[in-house]
Design a protein around this ligand. Structure first.
Ligand code: URA
Length: 241
């Protein structure tokens, strides 16, 4: 029995090192639901002009992704006392940290916090610093405010998973804060090349909760058809630097 286990672990490790064991990708829009209305609204130019609706839709999508994700978390029975008696109920077993990438992550963060109101919070900035005259850029991480992540459930949230470089840079910066027991990445729209990058850089047991998936990126690293610049749509245009 033990020998079989060792053999199984060896096979698993070999598959992992060959990158055959992939991240768990949960593509939520594939089963049509009210979620599709919210995704349609964040994409639709004629609806995007209403910034409050745009922010609220990011929040609503985060709530749905968070709920779907909650079905995969670990629970422990606890007893609650009602006015008439006691009842055992499953409650989340692990401490949780929601880490959002500024600034488009803010409404998304609120949506997750609406459901996981007991969670601790982390904020990190990641922005595209254009390095030359072409459309090349590097991701700069400058601001980080976070608690320890040791043995906790880490939720990494950013509505747009474009090249995937922001998520990878952010994850690298968070490593000094401890090793989370599990990592869940949440995004509204993901581009296939960005998802492929995450699969290379995140541990295979990572879960990706993605509302919608688009095929491509344009020369500037924007998702096509995507929705445009989520930060600008939520909070207004910025000066380029
Ligand atoms: N960030 C956005 O806001 N939109 C994209 O398409 C890519 C990155």
């Amino acid at each position: 029995m033990q020998i079989q286990n060792v053999g199984f672990i060896l096979i698993l490790r070999t598959f992992e090192s060959l990158n055959f064991v992939k991240m768990h990708i949960h593509h939520i829009e594939t089963r049509p639901s009210i979620l599709n209305h919210f995704i349609a609204q964040v994409r639709d130019c004629s609806v995007q002009t209403d910034r409050m609706r745009f922010r609220r839709n990011l929040e609503r999508i985060a709530e749905i992704l968070g709920y779907e994700m909650s079905k995969y978390l670990e629970y422990r029975e606890q007893t609650v006392t009602t006015p008439l008696g006691e009842k055992k109920v499953p409650m989340l077993a692990r401490d949780m940290v929601i880490c959002s990438i500024l600034r488009a992550g803010l409404p998304f963060h609120n949506g997750l916090l609406n459901y996981f109101d007991h969670a601790e919070n982390a904020f990190i900035s990641a922005y595209r610093h254009h390095t030359g005259t072409k459309d090349e850029f590097e991701i700069l991480v400058e601001y980080l405010s976070a608690p320890s992540l040791e043995n906790k459930t880490l939720l990494l949230a950013d509505p747009m998973l474009a090249t995937g470089q922001s998520f990878v840079s952010v994850y690298e910066s968070l490593k000094k804060l401890g090793t989370p027991a599990e990592v869940h990445i949440l995004a509204v729209i993901g581009a296939r090349p960005g998802i492929a990058l995450l699969e290379k850089h995140f541990p295979p047991e990572t879960h990706l909760w993605i509302a919608a998936i688009d095929d491509t990126l344009n020369d500037k690293g924007y998702i096509v058809p995507g929705l445009g610049d989520a930060g600008d749509l939520a909070y207004g245009n910025k000066l380029q630097h």
